[in-house]
Design a protein around this ligand. Structure first.
Ligand code: ADP
Ligand code: ADP
Length: 227
C-alpha cells in the first residue's frame, strides 16, 4: 500500500516557471526513497509540500489514501528531520526526545512519555546518554537524538532534508551507514533529500531524480545503474 501518493503536483511561486511541474509519485509502506537532483531542482519544495510547510498549487497529495492538501502539518503525522538537528541545548537527551510528546499537550501521560522515550532511546542505542546535554554528545549521537525525536511519535513517515550536508566527510559516511541501518531496523517509510549522487545510489530502495521541477526517473538504484 502507498503511504504517500503525489498526483500531478505543481508548485508555482508567483507567476514564474513552476518549481515543481506535474510530479506523480507513489511511496510504499516501509520504502526508503531518495529524492535527488541539482540545487534548485525543487527537492526542498517537494519535501515541504509533503510535510505541509508549503502550499500545493495544483494536484493531489494523499497520505494513507486521504487527501491532505489542506491539512495542517501536525495533522499529517509525518516526522521531519532537519539538516542542523535543531536540538535544544539546555535540555537533556531524554527531554529532547520527549519534546514532541510534551508539545502535544495532554495527549500522553507522564508514564507513556517515559515509556516511549526509553523505547526510542533503546532502539537508537542512546539508553546510557539520556541525562546528557547535546554539547556532550558526538555528532553521530546528536543525529540519533534528532531521529529519536522523530520516531517517538509513531509518525507515518520520516522526511530528511539533506541531513548530512553540514558534516565532514568521515562523519558523513559513518552517519550514512547508521541511517540506512536504522531505516531497515525500524522499517519506517522514509523520504530523504540529497544532492549527493553517492548517497542517492547507495542509501535507498528507490531514487526519484528531479531536474528543473520535473521528475526524470523513479526507479531502484540497480535499475538506474543498468540503464
Ligand atoms: P532544491 O531543494 O532542489 O535546491 P528548491 O525547492 O529550494 O530546490 O527550489 C526550487 C526552485 O524554486 C528554485 O528555482 C528556487 O529559486 C525556487 N524557490 C524556492 N523557494 C522559493 C520561494 N520561497 N519563493 C520563490 N521561489 C522559490
Ligand atoms: P533549504 O535550506 O533546504 O533550501 P529552506 O531554507 O528553503 O531550506 O527551508 C525553509 C526553512 O523553514 C528551513 O530553514 C527550516 O528550518 C524552516 N522550518 C520550517 N518549518 C519548520 C519546522 N516545523 N521546524 C523547524 N524548522 C522549520
Amino acid at each position: 500500500m502507498s503511504v504517500i501518493e503525489l498526483r500531478n503536483i505543481v508548485k508555482r511561486y508567483g507567476d514564474g516557471f513552476p518549481a515543481i511541474n506535474d510530479v506523480s509519485l507513489d511511496i510504499a509502506e516501509g520504502e526508503f526513497v531518495i529524492l535527488v537532483g541539482p540545487s534548485g531542482s525543487g527537492k526542498s519544495t517537494l519535501l515541504r509540500m509533503i510535510v505541509g510547510l508549503e502550499d500545493i498549487t495544483e494536484g493531489d497529495l494523499r497520505i494513507d489514501s486521504e487527501r491532505v492538501n489542506d491539512s495542517a502539518p501536525r495533522e499529517r503525522d509525518l516526522a521531519m528531520v532537519f539538516q542542523n538537528y535543531a536540538l535544544y541545548p539546555h535540555l537533556t537527551v531524554a527531554e529532547n526526545i520527549a519534546f514532541p510528546l510534551i508539545l502535544a499537550k495532554g495527549q500522553y501521560s507522564r508514564q507513556e512519555i517515559d515509556e516511549r522515550v526509553s523505547r526510542a532511546a533503546k532502539l537508537l542505542e542512546l539508553g546510557d546518554h539520556l541525562d546528557r546535554k547535546p554539547a556532550n554528545l558526538s555528532g553521530g549521537q546528536r543525529q540519533r537524538v534528532a531521529m529519536g525525536r522523530a520516531i517517538v511519535r509513531d509518525a507515518k513517515a520520516f522526511l530528511f532534508d539533506e541531513p548530512l550536508s553540514n558534516l565532514d566527510a568521515k562523519l558523513r559516511i559513518q552517519m550514512r551507514t547508521e541511517i540506512a541501518r536504522m531505516q531497515r531496523n525500524l522499517a519506517v517509510t522514509t523520504v530523504y533529500v540529497t544532492h549527493d549522487q553517492t548517497e542517492a545510489m547507495t542509501l535507498g530502495d528507490k531514487v526519484a531524480v528531479l531536474k528543473k521541477g520535473v521528475l526524470q526517473q523513479y526507479a531502484s538504484p540497480q535499475e538506474l545503474y543498468d540503464e
